[in-house]
Design a protein around this ligand. Structure first.
Ligand code: UDX
Length: 467
């Protein structure tokens, strides 16, 4: 990308400092850099990206209070982290942007903020800086978030255990148990967070989606027609497919990726390995961990399993794993702390992905035509899992808790030679072809990106200029 002629417009980008949000924001930054914008990444000290991986970007630290960090993986810690970030970063962010605007020789076209950094809207308004939002999750789950006030009025939320299987007729195809809730003692805090996140997205000048028109067309229509999202929308994803897999894989990873699993995969035949990963935030109980381990062992299929330190509640890493379990598999299973996921999913040996359905993992699997076993933990993951299993029909959801027998059956349904597994795989491969088409010249994402670039350039005239 060296030698691209800059159009003289700078963009300020602020990611939410979590892995599943940093990856798409830095990919977006690369895409916009390729379209001749200059890039400044605004970041917190917590989970800051490594500038040496991006010598062509500027980086500016907003110096949040030192107390801001996510020390434990759980939904309620995540909720408190998001609330603290949005409360504590206002002043340091405003100071940082004001300084940048006064020192920056290039005109700043706009701020692109993660939708969950909703505090940035107020600061942008004060500084007369146009703000566009990047929503790193899917459009379909955003519709469910936008419907929360209504779902509460209708009595769907708070969720009652006796109604879990009931259909939410107003937001098909969701059932009550698919609603993007979190387990917390303080649900009001969660409702307030969602209210701010949805409303400040509505107050922005546009939304960029890491998704594509053909995948989520009905949700995009629903948002503009039923929820009055009248600002321009740019579904330009999947972002990571704008680049070769090897170059986009490791740069933004906060944990070092264990490359040894690629040579392990090289030794396996096509579509034979189950890849298992539950992302960067979710945590599981020791009981669930043991059920997963036995389900994998009993399935008789080779597996590559990412067990991130901190994944098992109360354990540092693999202490609860029964001794001898892996050894008895004689090399059929491999456990790593963190994998080069994009390369793993693109590897011909990988036949299925058992995932928590974070949006990045879901989209990355779709891009490679890899069918999924869905085990959502919280929030948008539950909506994504429902779409994978019941709309796109490219996976199976574990519906009855985490139990070794059910796990073994799901793996066999998807990976043994049988008609059901083949149909699911065929649909996944068809969707992979749609991804390729949307990124080609004239394809939906490619056209949306052109529209986005034109739109950003049109914003320049109203930008705050330091005197
Ligand atoms: C979080 C939220 O939990 C999720 O609900 C939301 O949709 C996005 O943010 P996270 O747990 O980080 O998700 O999962 P995901 O969205 O799938 O992102 C994980 C990222 O880490 C992916 O880009 C994946 O490629 C990468 N990854 C994961 C690795 O590079 N190596 C691994 O071993 C596992």
């Amino acid at each position: 990308m060296e030698g691209v002629e800059r159009k003289g417009r700078r963009l300020l980008l602020i990611p939410l400092p979590l892995q599943g949000h940093i990856n798409p924001m830095l990919h977006l930054a690369q895409i916009l850099y390729s379209n001749a914008f200059s890039i400044t990444i605004l970041h917190t000290t917590f989970n800051s990206p490594d500038p040496s991986n991006y010598p062509h970007f500027n980086f500016s630290c907003i110096q949040e209070p030192s107390s801001l960090c996510l020390s434990q993986s759980s939904a309620s810690h995540l909720l408190n982290f998001l609330l603290a970030l949005n409360a504590q970063c206002v002043t340091p962010f405003q100071e940082c942007v004001t300084k940048l605007l006064s020192e920056e020789p290039q005109p700043v076209a706009c701020l692109i903020s993660d939708a969950l950094c909703y505090f940035t809207q107020g600061v942008a308004d004060k500084l007369r800086l146009p703000r566009i939002v990047l929503r790193t999750g899917g459009v379909s789950s955003f519709v469910a978030f936008a419907a929360f006030p209504f779902l509460r009025l209708k009595g769907y939320i708070p969720i009652q255990d006796c109604k879990l299987e009931e259909a939410v007729t107003e937001v098909p195809p969701l059932r009550v148990k698919d609603l993007p809730t979190v387990k917390t003692e303080e649900p009001e805090k969660y409702y307030e967070l969602l209210h701010r996140f949805v409303n400040e997205t509505k107050n922005s000048l546009g939304v960029i989606w890491n998704s594509f028109q053909e995948l989520e067309s009905s949700a995009l229509t629903k948002l503009s027609q039923e929820f009055s999202f009248s600002m321009p929308m740019f579904p330009i994803g999947p972002f990571h497919k704008y680049f070769p897999t090897s170059s986009s894989s490791s740069c933004s990873s906060l944990i070092s990726q264990d490359q040894s699993c690629i040579s392990w995969l090289d030794k396996h035949s096509p579509n034979s390995v189950l890849y298992v990963s539950f992302g960067s935030v979710a945590a599981i109980t020791e009981t669930d961990f043991l059920e997963i381990a036995w389900g994998l062992a009993n399935s008789n299929h080779p597996f590559l399993w990412v067990v991130r330190p901190g994944l098992i509640m109360g354990s540092k890493w693999l202490e609860p794993l029964p001794s001898g379990l892996m050894e008895n598999l004689e090399g059929r299973g491999l456990i790593v702390k963190w994998a080069p996921q994009l390369e793993v999913l693109a590897h011909s040996a990988v036949g299925a992905f058992w995932t928590h359905n974070g949006w990045n993992s879901t989209l990355e699997s779709i891009c490679e035509g890899v069918p999924m076993i869905c085990m959502p933990c919280f929030t948008d993951q539950k909506v994504n899992a429902r779409y994978v299993s019941h709309v796109w029909r490219i996976g199976l959801q574990l519906e009855n808790g985490v139990e070794r027998g059910e796990i073994e059956r799901a793996i066999r349904r998807l990976m043994d030679v049988n008609a059901e597994g083949k149909e699911i795989r065929d649909r996944a491969l068809k969707l992979k072809e749609e991804v390729k088409l949307c990124l080609k010249t004239g394809g939906s994402s490619c056209s949306s990106l052109e529209a986005l670039v034109t739109y950003i350039l049109s914003l320049e005239s109203s930008t705050f200029q330091a005197s």
